[in-house]
Design a protein around this ligand. Structure first.
Ligand SMILES: [Zn+2]
Length: 287
């Protein structure tokens, strides 16, 4: 069984009919799907559950509604994404605590720091929201879903100062090197690995190198669907790649690559990674 530890399936890009990436045989293929059909295809591919992190404050309602629609397959992380903090009113943060008591909530996030967004004001805003969510996670004994971009040092520093005694969490879409991964592991975090592992460029190469330092027992598989395609758009070779959505249907390939690098069978990697996901989010396989 496979779990997508990070997907945005309630995203508006999955409304109506859309072009999604399909499981790879020889080449990547795409197909027209609806959200309903995607969930059916996921079931066929063994993707039995997914964790749905919030993006904007308003998306918290959407993710909770998706849990209601698929109560045994979708579980939620309540929060505000670092790049969206600038657009939310600070006083609105209190709404988050209300959402935490909803059914299906298993984590806080996605939260962290994204230094791709420049400006001191933005950084200040992101830090305030991040620390607020770290506190919420500790108070409610929930793990964190971390988003860090060019900010691992800062995030690690803040977590050392303010995250102690928490339940840890997962560094989603990890993109650092082996040393950086080891520092997260020491703090009790899992490492989220997705489509970047399959990319041919520098990012993919660095991640494949870092994976050697990350024990299988600390790895979660993810897609960040509809984002983070496993290859350059032009390599997919279909006419409709402009609006192409990444989907959890690439997870078998991600896990296959992890198995290959770790020198274990696909079945072993699949089982261990699934158990890791259940352990972190305190879920059981017969939800
Ligand atoms: Zn995300």
């Amino acid at each position: 069984m496979i779990a997508d530890s990070h997907a945005h399936l309630s995203h508006f890009r999955f409304e109506g009919r859309f072009f999604g990436i399909l499981p790879r045989e020889e080449d990547y293929a795409t197909g027209e799907l609806s959200r309903e059909e995607l969930f059916l295809r996921m079931q066929e591919e063994g993707v039995v559950l997914s964790i749905e992190p919030a993006i904007e404050l308003s998306s918290n309602r959407r993710i909770l509604a998706l849990h209601q629609r698929y109560p045994r397959r979708v579980f939620c992380a309540v929060g505000v994404h670092p790049t969206r903090t600038f657009f939310e009113k600070w006083r609105a943060r209190r709404a988050l605590e209300g959402y935490l008591s909803s059914p299906g909530v298993v984590a806080v996030g996605e939260t962290g720091l994204d230094l791709h967004m420049r400006g001191k004001k933005h950084l200040l805003c992101q830090t305030a929201w991040f620390l607020y969510q770290v506190r919420l996670a500790k108070k409610h004994r929930l793990p964190l879903v971390l988003h860090t971009r060019r900010a691992d040092r800062w995030v690690q520093c803040l977590l050392r100062l303010f995250g102690r005694g928490g339940r840890g969490g997962v560094v989603h879409c990890f993109s650092g090197d082996g040393r950086c991964a080891r520092r997260y592991l020491e703090m009790g975090y899992y490492i989220g690995i997705g489509g970047t592992l399959l990319q041919e460029g520098e990012d993919g190469q660095r991640l494949r190198g870092a994976l050697k330092d990350i024990p299988l027992e600390c790895i979660l598989a993810e897609t960040d669907a509809p984002y983070v395609l496993p290859t350059k758009r032009k390599k997919i070779g279909e006419k409709s790649t402009r609006n192409l959505r990444n989907t959890p249907l690439i997870l078998k390939e991600v896990i296959g690559k992890i198995a290959q690098i770790k020198g274990v069978s696909f079945e072993e990697a699949e089982r261990v990674i699934f158990e890791n996901t259940l352990r972190l989010f305190r879920l059981s396989s017969d939800q």
